[in-house]
Design a protein around this ligand. Sequence first.
Ligand code: NAP
Ligand code: GLV
Length: 306
Amino acid sequence: MKIYFCCTDFKAEPWLTALRTALPQAEIEVWAPGAPPGDYAVVWAPPQAFLDEQPRLKALFNLGAGVDALTQLKVAPATQLVRLDDAGMSVQMAEYVVHALIRHFREFALYEQDVAQGKWSFRRPRLRQDFPVGIMGLGVLGQRVARAVQAFEFPVLGWSRSAKDVPGVRCHAGAEQLSDFLAETRVLVCLLPLTAETEGILNRQTLAQLRPGGYLINVARGAHLVEEDLIPLLDNGHLAGATLDVFRQEPLPAGHPFWRHPKIAVTPHTAARTLRDESVAQIAAKITRLEHGESIAGIVDPMKGY
Ligand code: NAP
Ligand code: GLV
């Protein structure tokens, strides 16, 4: 069995070592143009030339949960796309979102400013029932985040494409229930995949439907947000702030207004990192199952795009 590694932004050597240890029977190499046909590939944002030269791959294992960089490419119909299915990401995502939520709710940024000036001052405690958290996307990551937020006793709402029943979450589904979901939400967390349907879903019209003093946490993809719509809503006070991990252009360009806006916290696409040991273990187990003719989780539906 031949497996290619074709990942922009990943250092190949440690991945090759880990993959060879997990799958000792396989021949595992970094792909180079002109290489012979392979059976599987481990990829992150591969070039179209790789897919054009390798039309007989049985599956492409994406080194991330989001497959938007792959769905933009032309992939042979017989090649299945497989996303990372948690692999240590969901607990990181829960940490990130809870940190952003609590930092905002407890006004820790303001305490830090006061303390920096030597001020010993208190703020009036706020009621968590006034801060319902709405999670867009109730998949692997969204449901883990919902559990973490519930542990701090915030009201939790969710919105997904298909109807869901998640304990303790007021679930909404489909375009027809989006407005109800937004109108009840004060802290909006985006954990949707980026597809033709979800691109630009965080815009002037949707964000304006949040409860006054709304807060945005975008941890999905930069293209979910219409960037120029955010700042006017922050400046007119309808939104109290935003924590953004993802951007239309990454790295966020120097001079972009998000870097310096006082109500925006920026992180460099780090909310949930791909962890090597967990990812290799998951991919190796899935390849073994596929070789035995067994089913696997995490296959991307080309019609839905996630
Ligand atoms: P997932 O398991 O595929 O879940 C996606 C969820 O979004 C599902 O609940 C799905 O609804 C819902 N959804 C999709 N299209 C929709 C639409 N048009 N309307 C309403 N709901 C829709 O994905 P995941 O593993 O949770 O990951 C979510 C995203 O997080 C990834 O795609 C990636 O972009 C992002 N991510 C970011 C980082 C980071 O570090 N910032 C790390 C990992 C992942 P159904 O349940 O009805 O299908
Ligand atoms: C990271 O953004 C991922 O999609 O895993």
